[in-house]
Design a protein around this ligand. Structure first.
Ligand SMILES: Cc1cc2nc3c(=O)[nH]c(=O)nc-3n(C[C@H](O)[C@H](O)[C@H](O)COP(=O)(O)OP(=O)(O)OC[C@H]3O[C@@H](n4cnc5c(N)ncnc54)[C@H](O)[C@@H]3O)c2cc1C
Length: 412
């Protein structure tokens, strides 16, 4: 444990650093830790969170390696559950149904595909690490305006603080101030579905297995937590969501047990439910001028297949790597060349994951028989052809399009 815990900076002050990160969610904190850990003077403007986030995140092996390298994982380990097997069950009543498919991490030489952790523990671990780094200043405030100049970026906070830096990393989520300041537009759409989330206790062990039931309304996914607990992401028709979200605990537990075919035995619902309308949104640029966008400021995808924050952490690792390399070479860390390169480096990864999630979701919603057939046939092939199954698993956990240094366990 680091002994030097820095107090937060006071609000009404002037700060200068090489990089300012706006937004203290998991993507922003990871970027700030990566940069400051490599000696880059960094400021993070992080609005203190008012409530606990009971959602969980399935972090794939590359993300876990990155957090381990950044000395964050040591504070997460005891709260995280390994994901050793992933099971997909076609729970539709359709004519063309897919076989049940099991993916085991051991088939590709891994102990686990990744780990599932509650966001509140992940954020606490990131926050503790951030406050222990000498090169990182935490400004506990909200950014009010961002002005992008030729040689620097100026961020003004609501409490009257002024921050200037060569590069700003926009990590403030869906309504990104940095994105708006850079004039970057987004493309996207809403889906007719909503994800309900909650954590459960259950009578039977999960055996480190995540189970995804594919239904006509979307996936119903149970993901292991430590002990006899799991998290649930329950995607349903938005019209049905308010009714199910408002059920008393016992009725909700009975409904969940029914939809899970009692595979985990009797379930009890823990406090802390979430309701998230499904949407996809992608920024037209991830980097331009002195601005780089990471996490949901750059891309929002539905919570299907555990991709969102894994993409966000690869963004953080990539921008960290580019900035540290530029600094080592004595270059301007906010130069156009750097943000353009960042944009190019993140396109394929984000586009391919967004497309895959969209296609899977549409194939469930669609009553178009050939599309249902294609999904079923794809799963059938994966079930029967081991090399194909292994290739899909490898691409799922370590994407060919993006393996920044931190995801390989290498320091910046
Ligand atoms: C139901 C659900 C389940 C999910 N499960 C998974 C999963 O299993 N695996 C996975 O990889 N992903 C998952 N995701 C996606 C993941 O949760 C998101 O990708 C992730 O939370 C985005 O992190 P972020 O840091 O980009 O944004 P956020 O978490 O939105 O953080 C942005 C931060 O910026 C702050 N902020 C906003 N405006 C300002 C401002 N002006 N000044 C300062 N601060 C500001 C906000 O308060 C917030 O703290 C899931 C998402 C949902 C909805």
């Amino acid at each position: 444990m680091d002994a030097r815990v820095k107090p937060c900076a006071t609000k009404m002050s002037k700060f200068t650093a090489e990089v300012v990160v706006v937004g203290g969610g998991p993507a922003g904190l990871t970027a700030a830790i990566a940069l400051a850990g490599a000696g880059v003077e960094t400021i993070i403007v992080a609005k203190p969170s008012l409530e606990d986030d009971y959602r969980t995140t399935a972090l794939l092996t590359g993300s876990v390696k990155a957090l381990d390298t950044l000395r964050v994982w040591e504070r997460c380990r005891e709260h995280a559950a390994p994901l050793r097997v992933m099971r997909i069950v076609d729970d539709t009543a359709r004519l063309l149904r897919a076989p049940e498919v099991h993916f085991a991490a051991s088939e590709i030489g891994l102990d686990a595909f990744g780990y599932n952790i509650e966001n509140r523990f992940l954020l606490t671990a990131l926050d503790a690490r951030a406050r222990a780094l000498a090169a990182l200043t935490v400004v506990e405030d909200e950014a009010e305006s961002v002005a992008i100049g030729d040689t620097e970026v100026a961020v003004r906070t609501k409490g009257g603080g002024d921050v200037s830096a060569r590069l700003t990393i926009g990590a403030e989520g869906r309504r990104s101030l940095c994105r708006a300041a850079a004039g970057i537009e987004t493309d996207g759409q809403r889906y007719p579905q909503t994800a309900l989330t909650c954590n459960l206790r259950h009578g039977r062990p999960h055996e480190d297995t995540s189970t995804e039931f594919h239904t006509e309304a979307g996936p119903f996914t149970l993901v292991p937590l430590p002990g006899q607990r799991s998290s649930l992401v329950f995607v349903i028709d938005s019209a049905e969501a308010p009714h199910i979200a408002a059920l008393p605990d016992d009725d909700l537990a009975a409904e969940i047990e029914r939809r899970a075919h009692s595979i985990l035995g009797k379930v009890t619902v823990e406090p802390g439910r979430g309701v998230f309308p499904l949407a996809v949104e992608t920024a037209r640029r991830f980097g331009i001028g002195r601005v780089a966008l990471i996490g949901e400021a750059a891309h929002v995808i539905p919570p299907i297949g555990a991709q969102g924050l894994n993409l966000g952490l690869r963004d953080a690792a990539t921008i960290g790597e580019l900035v540290v390399a530029a600094r080592r070479d004595g270059l301007d860390v906010g130069a156009d060349e750097l943000t353009n390169q960042y944009d190019r480096m993140r396109r394929a990864d984000v586009a391919s994951r967004t497309l895959a999630v969209d296609l899977l979701n549409r194939s469930l919603l669609s009553s178009f028989l050939p599309l249902q057939g294609a999904r079923g046939f794809g799963l059938f092939l994966m079930d029967r052809i081991s090399p194909l199954r292994r290739a899909v698993m490898r691409e799922g956990v370590t994407p060919l399009a993006s393996q920044p240094r931190l995801m390989r366990g290498e320091a910046l």
